[in-house]
Design a protein around this ligand. Structure first.
Ligand SMILES: Cc1cc2nc3c(=O)[nH]c(=O)nc-3n(C[C@H](O)[C@H](O)[C@H](O)COP(=O)(O)OP(=O)(O)OC[C@H]3O[C@@H](n4cnc5c(N)ncnc54)[C@H](O)[C@@H]3O)c2cc1C
Length: 447
């Protein structure tokens, strides 16, 4: 009887709002679930979680349109294995990369050269991807995280503090899919509807809608669509800055100054093996008229794409160079990239399938990497019950996102403290104040 009474009197588990359903937000939810019992609501502006992780069908292949893989790191490798994806892990066959100079020559890249790519210290030696697509990791996280409720097509438009210390989140229904650019595929590859990415947020919302939730109710200082005890902000820097403007102006100011680059990703599938390649791809020097900023030789890099019948290339355009590509149609862009590939590698037949995806504010600009800014943002949020997952702009790509998500989960657990019940079978919470810190040692994404 006493036991029954204590269950009945026990206050409900705290509510943790997770803003952003990319790898950062989903990994934060996973790490939280491993540490505590909470009611977690993940708010994602677009119609599907995943953010920049986007796997597409190109011909009969599953090809990444966003991140192409991740650097070997215990956190993300363990995560994949915990989610039952260990057998899908594929390691890159080679990390030998080249540099396509302004003079037209192709030369091996050595680690010191890679400083220009944002890679610090030693060149990364091991890369991994998932055989059937990185979107498998997203799906597994979204479906298998205990206590997590994912609400897609719901943007968080405001974040403020209530009188009782809790957090009030304003929500807005974003409606149907949209995209940042009129890119829906080119050439002969099958078409996949585009999904909205980071920019598809509050500013594009299709009108404010009240979204009923378990935490609705009088908040004490006005209407809120969701009231939470803590929040994890897992957004690109500028979106995070916009959301934190009122609650933590210093954090917002630090994050708003992180510059991003727009990128186009052009995938080309060639019949047979037109070139003898020995490496993972090249980075291209800027030169007037040149569109490519780099190219990954997917069928050399990834053993599961090394087929005798076709060669798969993935070129990137944009970054810090000319913006000519942004005004070109998908077909024209794919044709021009094909032309540049034949310039640097030699003649080849026309590709049998191509695919173009354009990313606005794709990645943080590594030339202006400033760990002190991110550290300032974390410091400004200390004690606020709001944790930032900054892996997307500290330089290590997916691996960094997963690592930073773990630290954000530690920070939330440390701040909510005794109000949280420990997850069944969980280790004691991580070190108090284990807030994420800027990770300057992680290499830049892609190779
Ligand atoms: C072309 C390209 C190539 C890359 N290559 C690599 C690579 O090879 N290796 C690597 O490790 N990394 C790579 N990266 C980087 C990697 O993709 C990112 O670091 C990582 O995906 C960032 O994840 P995230 O969850 O932090 O952010 P995102 O993936 O941007 O997710 C943020 C989510 O938040 C949502 N959102 C935004 N605003 C709101 C709001 N107000 N309310 C609710 N939801 C909101 C967005 O819709 C989005 O789903 C690449 C990125 C790109 C674009």
């Amino acid at each position: 009887m006493a036991e029954l009474r204590s269950i009945a009197e026990r206050p409900a588990d705290p509510v943790i709002a997770i803003v952003g359903g990319g790898i950062s937000g989903l990994a934060a939810a996973h790490h939280l679930a491993a540490r505590c019992q909470a009611r977690m609501v993940l708010l994602e502006a677009s119609a599907h979680p995943g953010g920049k992780v986007r796997t597409q069908d190109v011909g009969d292949l599953r090809i990444e349109a966003g991140p192409d893989g991740f650097v070997a790191d215990d956190g993300i490798l363990t995560l994949c294995r915990e989610l039952g994806l260990g057998s899908e892990l594929v390691e890159a066959a080679t990390t030998q990369a080249y540099h396509w100079g302004a003079d037209g020559g192709l030369r091996p890249l050595t680690p010191p050269d890679m400083r220009h790519t944002g890679v610090r210290g030693q060149a990364p030696t091991r890369f991994f991807v998932l055989r059937n697509g990185l979107d498998r990791l997203i799906a597994a996280l979204a479906q298998a995280t205990p206590g997590l409720r994912v609400r897609s097509a719901t943007a968080v438009t405001s974040l403020r503090r209530l009188n009782d210390g809790r957090l009030a989140l304003g929500l807005s229904a974003t409606g149907a899919d949209g995209d940042i650019a009129p890119s829906s595929g080119a050439g002969t590859g099958p078409r996949t509807p585009n999904r909205p990415i980071a920019s598809s947020t509050a500013g594009r919302a299709a009108g404010t809608a009240h979204v009923p939730d378990m935490t609705d109710g009088p908040s004490g200082t006005g209407a809120a669509d969701l009231v939470a005890d803590a929040a994890v902000v897992a957004l690109p820097a500028r979106e995070a800055a916009a959301l934190l403007r009122d609650l933590a102006p210093d954090a917002a100011e630090a994050l708003a100054g992180i510059p991003y680059l727009d990128l186009g990703v052009v995938t080309l599938v060639y019949p047979g093996r037109p070139w003898v390649l020995n490496g993972s791809g090249f980075l291209a020097a800027e030169r007037p008229g040149r569109l490519m900023s780099g190219c990954t030789w997917l069928s050399e890099k990834w053993p599961h794409l090394a087929l005798a019948t076709q060669t798969v290339m993935r070129a990137t355009t944009g970054g810090s160079g000319s913006r000519t590509w942004a005004a070109m149609s998908d077909d024209a862009l794919a044709a021009a990239i094909h032309g540049e590939l034949t310039d640097v590698l030699g003649p080849a037949p026309a590709p049998v399938a191509t695919r173009v995806v354009r990313w606005r504010e794709a990645i943080a600009d590594h030339r202006f990497r400033d760990p002190a800014r991110v550290a300032r943002a974390h410091a400004a949020l200390a004690g606020s019950h709001v944790a930032l997952v900054a892996g997307g702009y500290t330089g290590g790509g997916l691996a960094s996102c997963v690592a930073e998500a773990a630290r954000a989960a530690d920070a939330v657990v440390a701040e909510l403290g005794p109000r949280l019940r420990r997850a069944r079978g969980a280790e004691p919470p991580g070190p108090a104040g284990g807030r994420a810190s800027a990770d300057a040692t992680q290499p830049a994404p892609d190779a």
